[in-house]
Design a protein. Structure first.
Lengths: 129, 131
């Protein structure tokens, strides 16, 4: 093992073995997001109106609430990875990078929980008269 | 010293020129990160407003139908179609296809056409056909 260059110092140590997982999940959630977002766009276009009663009656159906929850999970997971790559590319100071990633994680889980709770509440309580 | 102009341009930080391929790359990042912030907030606002009751929902709707809200929604739908097209291009590139210069440039340009055409089609339908 050499000690002159960066490559020389790490050659032979092997990879951390999980470098590819992040990349693969980004692609998997991309495909899930693609299918679910196309479903949402087509569904919204086909809704007769966008008033409170119409939207609530639509959202409270299991056939709508379940894909909507899947959409939130897929979209939020996908954008958390995307924003993480953005932070890692542009924020180089370690402390600030950690704080940014912490903030991103709180933002993603907080917003995701709000969205999932809202969908569950609509689906489980029905539409008020 | 005379330079051979046909040589590739060094991809250094400040030595580059705009091309369709690199434009799709930065637009992919900008539209994705834009949707992650503005789009996610709009989605969460819509869902929580619908869950909270008619007053909250009507307040959301008053912004969504205001011209400023419409500009944001049109922008988000453009970002979605642009990101979708360049994302599909990325999936093809990921399997190792589409790197020939002319093919790569063609599909890079096609993502911009797709983004604008789909946005125009969606909003023409929503505003003029559906009313």
């Amino acid at each position: 093992m050499g000690n002159g260059t960066g490559l020389g110092r790490v050659r032979g140590l092997g990879s951390a073995k999980h470098g590819g997982g992040h990349w693969v999940i980004h692609r998997m959630t991309a495909i899930g997001t693609l299918l679910l977002m196309l479903w949402l766009v087509f569904s919204l276009v086909r809704l007769p109106a966008y008033d409170f009663a119409t939207v609530r009656l639509w959202l409270e159906q299991a056939i709508v609430a379940v894909p909507m929850m899947l959409l939130v999970i897929s979209v939020f997971w996908h954008f958390r990875i995307g924003l993480q790559v953005l932070i890692e590319d542009y924020v180089h100071e370690e402390g600030l990078k950690f704080a940014s990633l912490l903030g991103l994680t709180f933002y993603t889980f907080g917003m995701g929980a709000l969205a999932l709770f809202a969908i569950a509440k609509i689906a489980l309580t029905g539409t008020p008269n | 010293m005379a330079q051979n102009r046909a040589r590739p341009i060094s991809p250094h930080l400040s030595i580059w020129k705009w091309g369709a391929h690199m434009a799709t790359s930065i637009f992919h990042r900008a539209t994705g990160d834009g949707m992650a912030i503005v789009g996610a907030m709009a989605l969460v606002w819509w869902l929580t407003a619908a869950a909270s009751g008619k007053d909250s929902y009507d307040y959301f709707l008053s912004w969504a139908t205001h011209w400023t809200g419409q500009v944001v929604l049109i922008g988000l739908s453009w970002a979605f179609f642009q990101h979708m097209a360049s994302g599909l291009r990325h999936l093809v590139l990921d399997i190792g296809a589409g790197y020939e210069l002319t093919i790569n440039r063609f599909w890079a340009r096609a993502t911009f056409v797709f983004g604008v055409v789909m946005t125009a089609a969606l909003w023409s339908y929503l505003l003029f056909v559906k009313g």
